[in-house]
Design a protein around this ligand. Structure first.
Ligand code: NDP
Length: 434
């Protein structure tokens, strides 16, 4: 704590992992002897830089850019870029730390990193966003590469931003190095299913948790928070799997739609018009209301898929959700449930899929994009979706087995943390004191 003052989200993420891995350290004294914990908590490298840019009226703005290259024991640093006004070192470090174990859990050869900026894309014109991305990459390019560090999107960074970032990288380096960033458009080296992967993957993970309890999505009432990349494709897959998504949200409030969220309308507003959720309610008809300024977690559901941001489900929300019949939670977002919330879900026997496992489909499909880039190949949508589904089943299976092995059956938090940790720790031991 003293070493990293004020980085509250980072402290929270570290504490959560350390609480789980205690029993592993008991079994493996070699981890403690070589100070794996101390080493794993210290990023290999952190880069903080100035991002100057001019808006459409010519006014100059200065933002701060970050890239935390946390751990490369398993492969090149891999993790997204977040553009949101709340971004500071503590957020980037929490995300980078989580990413190490998530990436390890996929079984694919990728290390952990994360980056971003306190730039707020809301209300900015496309040209302003492009100028910002170009300025951001003008510094970042010297730190990344196919074999070094491979960014992708996150909050505020979607296909459009990845295109601007890759374009500037290509221009500066004079290299068409597809493998330097993932989440690219299909016309310039992107992979099928990457856009859908995190949301789809989360739905597949929840499907597995429900199957393990002898049930399914069929006819279940589902609430998904957020209405961005992860949320939209979580809704799409849940609907395909027979669930009924009755509510979603953005930072201004939420909508409840008893007939089930109209995905085409939602995509039109959020992806084509880049509009707000309030417009959904206005266009969908009288049965839908926009509830401003409140948490979507007050809407009763059987399955919850928080897919907006960190710490959105509080202990109070969790208690209410359990009381009103929530049986499964799949975290599409990173760390959306507070520690108090997690405790309540686990004690109540809710099937709780932590983000490290449940939202790993995004980064796994990014690794598949890297594979296709390296072999100059491109797979079909069906093949890639099948791989994603297998990967999510695999992650689910490993969480279950590891939780069983450590005497905590059904505890996906312990399963994910322990399995993710062990692989990284073993690789670090093999690589010597680095
Ligand atoms: P987007 O920017 O596409 O969407 C984010 C959504 O969450 C928007 O609806 C946004 O509302 C809402 N939101 C963001 N910040 C807040 C906030 N502080 N309070 C309330 N609502 C908020 O991002 P993604 O869908 O890509 O990411 C969502 C989550 O999923 C994040 O936690 C991210 O780290 C995680 N994730 C994403 C992956 C990916 O592949 N994209 C992979 C793995 C995890 P508004 O528009 O009003 O801001």
């Amino acid at each position: 704590l003293r070493r990293n003052p004020g980085e509250i989200e980072f402290h929270q993420a570290v504490r959560e992992v350390l609480e789980s891995v205690g029993p592993v350290l008991g079994k493996h004294p070699e981890y403690a002897e070589s100070k794996i914990i101390e080493r794993i908590c210290e990023p290999e490298r952190q880069i903080i830089f100035r991002v100057p840019w001019a808006d459409d009226s010519g006014e100059v703005h200065i933002n701060r850019g970050f890239r935390v290259e946390f751990n490369s024991a398993l492969g090149p640093y891999k993790g997204g870029l977040r553009f949101h006004p709340s971004v500071y070192l503590g957020i980037v470090k929490f995300l980078g730390f989580e990413q190490i174990f998530k990436n390890s859990l996929t079984g694919l050869p990728i290390g952990g990193g994360k980056g971003g900026s306190d730039f707020d894309p809301k209300g900015r014109s496309e040209r302003e966003v492009m100028r910002f991305c170009q300025s951001f990459m003008t510094e970042l390019y010297r730190h990344i590469g196919e074999y070094t560090d491979v960014p992708a999107g996150d909050i505020g960074v979607g296909g459009r931003e990845v295109g601007f970032l890759f374009g500037q990288y290509k221009r500066i380096t004079n290299r068409f190095e597809s493998g330097v960033i993932t989440g690219k458009g299909l016309s310039y080296g992107g992979a099928q299913v990457r856009t859908e992967a995190t949301g789809y993957g989360c739905a597949f993970f929840v499907e597995e948790m429900l199957r393990a309890r002898g049930t399914s999505f069929d006819g279940k009432t589902v609430v998904v928070s957020g209405s961005g990349n992860v949320a939209v494709y979580a809704i799409e897959k849940v609907e395909q799997l027979g669930g009924r998504v009755v509510a979603c949200s953005d930072s201004a409030g939420y909508v409840v739609d008893d007939k089930g969220i109209d995905l085409e309308l939602l995509k039109q507003i959020k992806q084509v018009e880049r509009g707000r959720l309030e417009t959904y309610a206005a266009r969908r008809g009288d049965h839908v209301a926009f509830v401003p300024g409140r948490s979507v977690w007050e809407v009763p559901c059987e399955v919850a898929m928080p897919s907006a941001t960190q710490n959105e489900i509080t202990g109070r929300d969790a208690a209410k959700m359990v009381e009103t019949g929530c049986v499964a939670v799949g975290e599409g977002a990173n760390m959306p449930t507070t520690p108090e919330g997690i405790k309540i879900f686990l004690e109540a026997g809710v099937a709780f899929g932590p983000g490290k496992a449940a939202n790993a489909g995004g980064v796994a499909t990014s690794a598949l994009e890297m594979q296709q880039n390296a072999s100059r190949d491109s797979w079909t949508f069906e093949t890639t979706e099948l791989r994603l589904r297998e990967i999510m089943r695999d992650i689910h299976g490993r969480c279950v087995e590891t939780a069983d092995e450590y005497g905590m059956p059904g505890n996906y938090v312990a399963g994910a943390n322990i399995d993710g940790f062990r692989r990284v720790a073993d690789a670090m031991l093999s690589l010597g004191l680095i």
